[in-house]
Design a protein around this ligand. Structure first.
Ligand SMILES: O=C(O)CCC(=O)C(=O)O
Length: 261
């Protein structure tokens, strides 16, 4: 199935707040990403995700740019960047690169949230996420839910609904085969749902922000010197490693997650 062209994707992102890219990751790359992610979980054990936040019911990895070229390749994937540009315009950077594995029978959904608790400002949208399905997302293994159109409401679910954990009457459940990528306007209300199966369900999140806004994970501080020295000029720009504006806005940032404490 061909990927949606940019006009169609723009329409879907404008109207619904997300676009589904089936077959985005080819089989070899998918295997490579799964292997690298599983190895990283094994390596980090109990401390997995500790550079950022942990989450009950899921295992997380943070700061993945620091953890090998397999992950770095995601960040600068040219087709991905074209879709991200539809949301953020041409001036954007990586905000964070994480993995999240919803544990089997984890018991509950994430609350509906907008990433970073972000509300669109006078210049428009400033957060865009992409969810890379390393496993099939099925109806019962904790797929993503999104409330279509909510990216335009300029309100956070925590301020607008009684309980963001509840099912929203308008929410859509996004399923897909492993290898699918969902590009999402991350102001749209969304979250992972409960995994009711016997197997975990893993995704990587490549999260981008407009260049005048804070990074979720401050790349210049989190990446080792040797990794920073190994990166191409393109990656250095995407990670905002030489960007005084990023230093200023990111160092002063208080809120980094939509819901994780
Ligand atoms: O993994 C998912 O399905 C989405 C997770 C998510 O929205 C988050 O962790 O902020």
């Amino acid at each position: 199935m061909p990927l949606p062209d940019l006009n169609q994707a723009r329409r879907e992102l404008d109207e619904r707040g997300y676009v589904v890219l089936q077959g985005f990751i080819d089989q070899d790359w998918l295997i490579e990403l799964r292997t690298a992610t599983n190895q990283q979980f094994d390596l980090e054990g109990e401390s997995a995700g500790s550079e950022f936040r942990t989450e009950a019911g899921s295992r997380r990895l943070a700061n993945l740019v620091n953890k090998g070229e397999t992950f770095q390749r995601i960040v600068a994937e040219p087709r991905l960047l074209s879709y991200v540009e539809l949301v953020l315009g041409s001036e954007f950077k990586l905000s964070s690169l994480n993995a999240r594995s919803a544990n089997s029978h984890n018991g509950s959904s994430q609350p509906l949230h907008a990433d970073m608790g972000a509300i669109a400002d006078e210049r428009g949208f400033w957060v865009c996420n992409s969810v890379w399905m390393l496993d099939d997302f099925t109806i019962d293994n904790g797929p993503l839910r999104v409330v279509p159109g909510s990216h335009r409401w300029r309100k956070l679910p925590s301020d607008a609904v009684d309980d963001p954990l509840d099912r929203h009457p308008d929410e859509e459940i996004i399923t897909g085969q492993a290898g699918t990528v969902v590009v999402m306007n991350a102001h749209a209300w969304h979250g992972g749902t409960a995994n009711c199966t016997d197997r975990s369900r893993t995704a990587i999140h490549a999260f981008y922000a407009r260049r005048d806004k804070p990074q979720q994970q401050y790349q210049r501080q989190l990446l080792s010197d040797s990794v920073q020295a190994s990166l191409s000029p393109e990656l250095r720009r995407l990670l905002a490693l030489d960007d005084p504006l990023n230093d200023e806005v990111t160092q002063n940032c208080q809120r980094r997650s939509g819901f994780l404490q």
